[in-house]
Design a protein around this ligand. Sequence first.
Ligand SMILES: NC(=O)c1ccc[n+]([C@@H]2O[C@H](COP(=O)([O-])OP(=O)(O)OC[C@H]3O[C@@H](n4cnc5c(N)ncnc54)[C@H](O)[C@@H]3O)[C@@H](O)[C@H]2O)c1
Length: 314
Amino acid sequence: MNILITGCAGFIGSWVCQKLLANGHKVVGIDNFDPFYDKSIKQHNMKEFISNPNFSFSEVDITDMGSLDNIFNGNDVDVVVHLAAKAGVRYSGLYPLDYLKTNVFGTLCILECMKKYGVKKIIFSSSSSVYGNCTAEKFTEDLTNLKQLSVYAQTKKTAEDYIELYSRRYGINAVCLRFFTVYGKRQRPDLAITKFTSQIRNGEILTMYGDGSSYRDYTHVEDISDGIISAIYYDQTPYEIINLGCENPVNLSYLISLLEKLIGKKANIKTEPVPCEDMIRTYADISKAKKLLNYIPKIKFQDGISKFIEDFND
Ligand SMILES: NC(=O)c1ccc[n+]([C@@H]2O[C@H](COP(=O)([O-])OP(=O)(O)OC[C@H]3O[C@@H](n4cnc5c(N)ncnc54)[C@H](O)[C@@H]3O)[C@@H](O)[C@H]2O)c1
């Protein structure tokens, strides 16, 4: 297959590119090296596959319709894996217009190109943050009346809605995957596990939001990228929203103590109130992913974190 990956230089994008290329697919990667974090990290993310003959890279902004059109025009794309986004819930409150532009307008640009060039399948990177104020113990895809807590989460919900519209209106098959806090080698530097690891190692202050009892359904990027690849092959229904989580929530205090143990150093912890954009807890119900995608998360949290520490700075 000829697969277009947006955000190919990012954390998850680089894993998906590597796996698809290993499976013999052709991958067309685009990324604009958004300055949210350093370009050199993103270039490093691509180093394993940048010279693979089945991979082509273009520095393209998904909100630039002219350049995007050239990509669709010049490549016979079968499937789009749309991972490009401005990420990070807290930052989104500071730059709401930029988030709206990339995450909503940019998604619409992709959908318009798909419509124009007859591309019939998209996998979209949505987020557990869409569940917002949800009070259910486990988050299921059919929950309604969710109120998002951040501009970022709202942009993901709105993008899901546009994708559903294009699926219904223009026959584009779509799977919106709601990822639950993804970790593993090359994790984004703004995310807790990466940040905490370097803070503990360097003896810097680690800010813990709340009393440590908040929890997240951390999911290894290996499992997330396998779930994305299964979604590429899913063809039973035209539109689905599917959680990709681990169904194993871990609380913040435990995460910090595990990192301390593996690094062999105590954290220098300062506590602050939980920011209003942050969810207190996330817990995925993954029965739908199991049923539709044969998705079974394989990486246990302790093993994934041990490997993460081993690979850190690689
Ligand atoms: N990492 C997580 O825990 C997590 C959880 C839920 C959802 N997601 C979603 O998964 C996707 C990938 O996340 P990630 O953690 O790999 O983030 P990332 O920031 O590492 O990757 C996103 C990539 O998109 C690129 N990008 C941003 N704006 C762009 C634009 N206008 N045009 C082209 N490229 C652009 C960035 O340069 C970056 O390389 C994102 O859509 C994110 O919202 C991630």
